[in-house]
Structures are given as structure tokens and as C-alpha cells.
Write a protein that binds this ligand. Structure first.
Ligand SMILES: Cc1cc2nc3c(=O)[nH]c(=O)nc-3n(C[C@H](O)[C@H](O)[C@H](O)COP(=O)(O)O)c2cc1C
Length: 204
């Protein structure tokens, strides 16, 4: 059975990201009634930041060493998310552009996925991703308009770069943008993006 993991990184009241998520999610469920769907709402989870305890716990765990109680508690959280990520065939991320980048919870969550021998391996040619059989959809909302490759846009590019490191290159991207910049057409821009999301979900 195909398993699809939905990862949401926004808890703002009335967020466009949430509308985008719902449009994609509902259409996906309708078009893929037999798929297993798992939802992770990052603002509802305890997402510890990458720090000394997490790094030392990860290292000790990889070396088969004993972890302190504190390290083990954090390691358990990381592992739970990592295993859930690995078990999914398809990944859907919904996130806004806030202050040029992603919400900190998503940054922290992606830190959990960097695991040698599980998501990538080191070779003489550099890092090689191990998850090339997965595909992903990125659902993003941003108030302004950003040209493709604009270095000040560090949300979509950020998530894509992480996924590429894990070998995930089959990525569908749905962006709603410019609804804050063009206030007079705001709802029209959003509605058109929601339609695109619903259509993309059917084919995902
Ligand atoms: C805290 C915050 C920071 C934001 N920073 C940016 C930004 O850097 N660039 C931009 O184009 N829009 C920015 N916006 C507008 C959002 O991109 C816009 O509201 C979009 O719909 C995504 O956020 P939402 O899903 O919370 O609505 C920001 C909005 C908030 C609330």
C-alpha cells in the first residue's frame, strides 16, 4: 500500500498555507482512496532544536554507545520522525515564506532527516542520496513575487535542496504568490492557486 506523509508547518490563523494544504489534502484523499495517509502538524509536535544533546545522542547512537537519559529522550523524538519519513512513499510539505525562509519548526524537522546510511551516504564523489524512490510535493504561499532562482527566496529552495541531498528529485511545486503585493487581486490569486493544488493532488 502507498503511504503518503503530509507535513504542515504553519499554525497562523487564516494562513494561506493552511488553505493550500486543505485543498491538496482533500483532493488527494478523493483521488487516492486506498492510500494510507499520515499527517504531521509540526506546531502540534514537540520539535527540539538541533543542539549539543541531539548531536551527541545521534553520534553515540550511530557508534552503538550508551546515551544519557536526556540524549535518549531527544533521540527518540528524532527517530520517530525519521522512521515515519523513511516509511512514506510520497511526501507533501506545506509551508509559508516567512522572513525569507521556512518556519523554524520545519528547519528543525529537516535536521532530523540528515542521517548517514539512512537518507544519504558519503562517497568519494560527495554525498549520495538514498531516497530516490520517493516523490515529494511542496505547497508554498508567499505574499510577494519572487523570480525563479532569486537568492532571497530561501523557503522553496531550502526544502528542495534538503530533499535533493536525500536523492529526492521528483518534486512537484505549487506556489501561491503575490497576494499581498497585489491586494486588489488577492482572493483571485489565492483561489487560482488552490485550484492548481487540487488538480496537482489528483496526479500526485
Ligand atoms: C511573519 C511573517 C513573515 C513574512 N515574510 C515574508 C517575506 O519574507 N516575503 C514575502 O513575500 N512575504 C512574507 N510574508 C507574507 C506571507 O508570505 C504570506 O502571508 C503567505 O500567505 C504565507 O503565509 P501564510 O501561509 O501564513 O499566509 C510574511 C508573513 C508573515 C506573517
Amino acid at each position: 500500500m502507498t503511504t503518503t506523509l503530509f507535513i504542515k508547518a504553519n499554525n497562523r490563523q487564516g494562513a494561506v498555507t493552511s488553505r493550500l494544504y486543505d485543498a491538496f489534502f482533500n483532493s488527494y484523499r478523493e483521488a487516492h482512496p486506498n492510500d494510507a495517509v499520515v499527517e504531521v502538524d509540526l506546531y502540534q509536535e514537540r520539535i527540539p532544536l538541533l543542539d549539543d544533546i541531539m548531536i551527541s545522542g545521534n553520534f553515540k547512537s550511530a557508534m552503538g554507545m550508551e546515551l544519557s537519559e536526556e540524549e535518549q529522550a531527544v533521540r527518540d523524538i528524532v527517530n520517530r520522525h525519521l522512521e515515519q519519513f523513511l516509511a512514506a512513499d510520497k511526501l507533501v510539505f506545506a509551508f509559508p515564506l516567512w522572513n525569507l525562509t521556512v518556519p523554524a519548526v520545519l528547519h528543525a524537522y529537516l535536521d532530523y532527516m540528515h542521517h548517514p546510511r539512512k537518507t544519504f551516504k558519503y562517497t568519494e564523489q560527495g554525498l549520495v542520496g538514498l531516497l530516490g524512490d520517493k516523490k515529494a510535493a511542496l505547497l508554498n504561499a508567499r505574499g510577494g513575487i519572487y523570480a525563479e532562482g532569486d537568492p532571497s527566496e530561501m523557503a522553496v529552495s531550502f526544502v528542495k535542496n534538503h530533499l535533493n541531498v536525500f536523492g529526492i528529485t521528483d518534486i512537484t511545486t505549487i506556489i501561491i504568490e503575490g497576494h499581498n503585493q497585489f491586494r486588489d487581486r488577492s482572493e483571485e490569486i489565492i483561489e487560482e492557486g488552490l485550484r492548481r493544488a487540487a488538480e496537482a493532488a489528483k496526479l500526485f
